[in-house]
Design a protein around this ligand. Structure first.
Ligand code: NAD
Length: 354
């Protein structure tokens, strides 16, 4: 079923070297007091941008914490208010964008994002934060960046392993969009193209990590997958990852990669035609097998055990998820969820072959 709701997207600037357009983009937004946030990988780029921003820069944060704990973001917000900052700029992976979103939300200022991974957060109205060990998420148009600068050159340094896992995170956005009840034509096209770009591009990258043209395509894929996530309703896969991320602080992208084949298998009989379409794109007998095979081939994570998930907590996790209200093709089924978590923990091939 295809919905006809309207989609939303930030202003996009996409080109190699486009980070050097920063001053023009700030001027277009008519902002004059800036907070610049970068993660550790983007410190060098950040120092180039500082020169371009000159006196407009009022505060700089040069490290991030995944899932944005309140203890980390609150002191930053206090400074933003004291310095009367009117724009937050982020450069880095999803953790940098995530921090920028919370600052934008809590301080009521605009965000300009320059992403350097494939997390896709820069395209979404979704915020995430951690409070008392629980990951809270929500949607608010206030966290959608006003402008996103996609500069593929910033991804040329992204290590292969981070690229693979981050790419699987992006694919997860597209997969869940495709079986969402509010899928639109536009999101359908974006999600299918996103999956195609990543499954082809990540395999290419694995065989030749220095290839730059593929990097440009992959960043475009992350834009399409992020757009898909933002403009559709998330299902069981994202619910599980948000729950595990908040409870156990598991590495975000690896967790998505390990859970995805099994979340899809959980939904297999409840989203048959959508998952059949994904299986065709992956050239695999089922979407679950296809996603597992891609992850394995590109060296992405396939097991929650490897990233420290405490399997003995599964009963508690399932209980939490079962009590939550969210949309998913298959209604909540505690037994099915236990099987899903156990399968994602061991991470063996979904059809049982070796
Ligand atoms: P991350 O931002 O934590 O980055 C992972 C690592 O990659 C970090 O060490 C970082 O410094 C490094 N890195 C980033 N870019 C690099 C580059 N170009 N070269 C070398 N190293 C680089 O991880 P992530 O997977 O990008 O993002 C995860 C976070 O994003 C989580 O908190 C997740 O909840 C959030 N997220 C939010 C949304 C949303 O819509 N709100 C969507 C996806 C992810």
């Amino acid at each position: 079923m295809i919905s006809n709701k309207n989609t939303i997207s930030p202003r996009i600037v996409f080109a190699p070297g486009s980070r050097f357009e920063i001053a023009r983009e700030v001027e277009l937004l008519n902002k004059s007091r800036i907070l610049l946030i970068c993660d550790e990988s983007a410190r060098k780029v950040s120092s180039d941008l500082k020169k371009l921003l000159g006196d407009l820069l009022k505060l700089e944060i040069d490290h991030c914490v995944m899932h944005v704990p309140d203890e980390f973001s609150s002191p930053i917000c206090a400074q933003v208010v004291a310095l009367e900052i009117d724009l937050v700029i982020t450069i880095g992976g999803g953790s940098a964008t995530g921090l920028g979103k919370i600052v934008a939300l809590d301080c009521n200022i605009d965000l300009l994002a320059i992403p350097t991974t494939y997390a896709g957060s820069e395209m979404t109205t979704i915020w995430g934060r951690t409070r008392e060990n629980r990951k809270l998420t929500g949607r608010d148009i206030a966290v959608l960046p006003k402008t996103v600068i996609y500069d593929p050159e910033l991804t040329y340094s992204l290590p292969l392993l981070i690229s693979s896992n981050s790419g699987m995170n992006a694919i997860a956005h597209a997969v869940e969009a495709l079986y969402a009840f509010d899928l639109t034509e536009e999101v359908h096209s974006a999600a299918i193209e996103g999956i195609e770009i990543f499954t082809y591009g990540l395999r290419k990258l694995a065989s030749d990590p220095s290839t730059q043209i593929i990097r440009n395509d992959l960043l475009r894929g992350s834009m399409l997958c992020g757009f898909s996530l933002s403009n559709s309703t998330m299902g069981i896969h994202h619910k599980i990852c948000h729950t595990l991320g908040g409870l156990f602080n598991l590495p975000h992208a690896q967790m998505h990669s390990a859970v995805l084949p099994w979340a899809v298998q959980y939904n297999q009989d409840f989203a048959t035609s959508q998952l059949q379409e994904i299986a065709q794109v992956l050239n695999a007998p089922t979407a679950s097998i296809g996603l597992w095979e891609v992850a394995k081939e590109i060296g992405a994570e396939t097991s929650l055990k490897n990233i420290g998930y405490p399997i003995e907590e599964s009963g508690f996790v399932v209980d939490l998820i079962s009590k939550a209200s969210f949309s998913n093709p298959r209604p909540n089924d505690s037994e099915g969820l236990m099987v899903l978590l156990s399968n994602a923990y061991y991470g063996s091939r979904p059809d049982g072959e070796s």
